[in-house]
Design a protein around this ligand. Structure first.
Ligand code: PXG
Length: 296
């Protein structure tokens, strides 16, 4: 039998079937917590420091004091990967408010729960990458920045899940969310970009979109390749009439969007700039300088 994967919970390692937390944990009862989804490629955790920085930044907004230092957290992630002998992996880091009572008051939770799950990576379908995705703008609006917006990577993902359900039942590959002004915000677990006259554009995070780490990598990469990459408002019309469009995210990497609400984007095939970025991105994620090595 294969060895069970070990899961880190509050400094201890548990085989996957025994990796459990209390039903009184406010992460479960109220979605009160923050998380990160991270990837390792060939023994290097891609942008680990940036993910840890974002985790602590999210925690700061919800006034959750993570007991570990950032350095201790990085080491705990690396150690969990080593215990599981992983080189290519998906890492889910979750910090909840911890165990409390049945009231929502966070003062009842003396100690945050820290969970590190490392698992083999489930690859996005190569078909989506090659042929592109058919996406749908959904009815549910991205939570605004003066509410539980995705600027904070919290355990409240119903906003995204509602979008995903809508796209699923309508038979589309992915959902696109608008902000409450009707501007394009992002996908449900991906940032969104368009290409317009050779210029690469992504919506500002004031639309309630996450400050995606892949988004940042892609913008820098685009500039390095000589393209102009900017943050700017995108309307549904801008998207429908874009030359190219694509999603970015830790799990998705870069995925072309070839159709939105049944309107073909460009010529309905992944565009040349998107394909160029996908090719170059493959090199970036495998560059050991872009992450932290698991094994010395
Ligand atoms: N927007 C939202 C709302 C996200 O949740 C992104 C954009 C892309 O951000 P990054 O930093 O990954 O480029 C995300 C990322 C999962 C999972 O298992 C979700 C994400 C990332 C990895 C795994 O649901 N969300």
């Amino acid at each position: 039998m294969e060895k069970e994967l070990l899961v880190y919970i509050d400094g201890e390692y548990y085989p996957k079937p025994q990796a459990k937390i209390s039903v009184y944990d406010h992460g479960l009862l109220y979605g009160d917590g923050v998380f990160e989804g991270i990837r390792a490629y060939s023994g290097v955790v891609f942008k680990l420091k940036e993910h840890i920085d974002r985790l602590y930044r999210s925690a700061r907004v919800i006034m959750l004091n993570i007991p570990q230092t950032k350095e201790e957290m990085i080491n705990a992630v690396l150690e969990t990967l080593r215990k599981n002998n992983l080189r290519d992996a998906y890492i889910r880091l979750v910090v909840t408010r911890g165990v409390g009572d049945l009231g929502l008051d966070p003062r009842k939770c003396p100690k945050p729960t820290v969970i590190i799950i490392t698992d083999v990576i489930k690859l996005h379908s190569t078909e989506a990458k090659e042929k592109g995705m058919r996406a749908m703008i959904v009815w549910v609006k991205r939570d605004p920045v003066d509410a539980t917006s995705h600027e904070v990577k919290s355990l409240n993902y119903l906003n995204s899940i509602l979008g995903k359900i809508e796209a699923n039942i309508a038979g589309f590959d992915e959902a696109i969310c608008l902000d409450k002004n009707g501007h394009i915000s992002e996908g449900v677990a991906e940032n969104l970009f368009i290409v317009q006259n050779g210029k690469i554009i992504t919506p500002p995070t004031s639309t309630g979109a996450l400050v995606g780490i892949t988004r940042d990598v892609v913008m820098k990469l685009a500039e390095k390749l000589g393209y102009t990459a900017v943050e700017s408002t995108i309307t549904p019309t801008d998207l429908f009439t874009a030359d190219e469009a694509f999603f970015t995210g830790t799990a998705a990497e870069i995925v072309p969007i070839v159709e939105v609400n049944k309107r073909m984007i460009g010529d309905g095939k992944p565009g040349p700039i998107t394909r160029r970025l996908m090719q170059e991105f493959e090199k970036v994620v495998r560059d050991p300088k872009e992450g932290i090595r698991i094994y010395q």
